[in-house]
Design a protein around this ligand. Structure first.
Ligand code: SF4
Length: 230
């Protein structure tokens, strides 16, 4: 498992994939990343200390992801991140949090005292698909509710059951945010399956997003350089 990388295009930054306690939501039907979650805090902190030791601060921006939410990291790990921010002169952080934490984001902002880009997994702005198929547990009905709390939605494309119309609408909606991440779904150990035809259509139609500085597009889940690389 590779847990440290650099994103060298668009918003240049270092990225770490830390270990977290079990994802508080943990019910998304497409997710098997929670297999990386761990209950032993000592082990979590040991691994995270090692991963964070790679950070050099060369871009002044650090993204922290953890197969859960930033709130699912142990306090000791948060302290380690804060030390890295201070020692390596980090000026901006990217974190992820699930919708259930939307009213607690200021706790993290107050703790780190530097600008934070909050990402959140929305996967689809189609309310039925998101909640009934993906069981995302983000019970908003209008994207403006998301925008009230979060800076950057992560959306997923190419899943069986998703339609071109849903994806076209999602690509329109993400233009309203300062940043967004688009993931092309890859089959994993869950029952949710990739729709190859839909992926082919999407890649042809939306390849230009590769040049959009506001959008990170991941053709493969490991395109940020962290995770299980081949
Ligand atoms: S919130 Fe994220 S980590 Fe938790 S189950 Fe859903 S996709 Fe997986």
């Amino acid at each position: 498992m590779n847990r440290y990388s650099k994103i060298e295009n668009k918003t240049k930054r270092e990225i770490v994939l830390l270990k977290a306690k079990p994802c508080k939501w943990g019910k998304c039907t497409f997710c098997d990343y929670i297999d990386d979650n761990e209950i032993n805090e000592e082990k979590i902190n040991r691994i995270n200390r090692d991963v964070l030791s790679n950070v050099t601060g060369e871009f002044g921006i650090l993204e922290v992801i953890d197969s859960a939410s930033v709130f699912d990291l142990p306090l000791e790990t948060l302290e380690m991140i804060k030390n890295v921010v201070e020692e390596k002169n980090i000026k901006r952080l990217f974190f992820e949090a699930h919708w259930i934490y939307r009213n607690r984001l200021d706790e993290i902002r107050d703790y780190f005292k530097i600008p934070i880009t909050f990402k959140t997994g929305i996967e689809s702005f189609d309310n039925d698909f998101r909640e009934k198929v993906l069981r995302k547990g983000a019970n908003f009905t209008d994207y403006r509710e998301v925008k009230k709390y979060f800076d950057s939605p992560c959306v997923m494309v190419g899943i069986k059951g998703q339609t071109k119309e849903m994806i076209d609408r999602d690509m329109e909606i993400i233009k309203n945010f300062s940043h967004a991440t688009v993931n092309i779904f890859e089959n994993n150990s869950t029952d949710i399956k990739r729709d190859e035809e839909l992926v082919k259509w999407f890649v042809e139609k939306y390849r230009y997003l590769e040049d959009d500085p506001k959008v990170d597009i991941l053709f493969e889940i490991t395109d940020f350089g962290v995770g299980e690389l081949d």
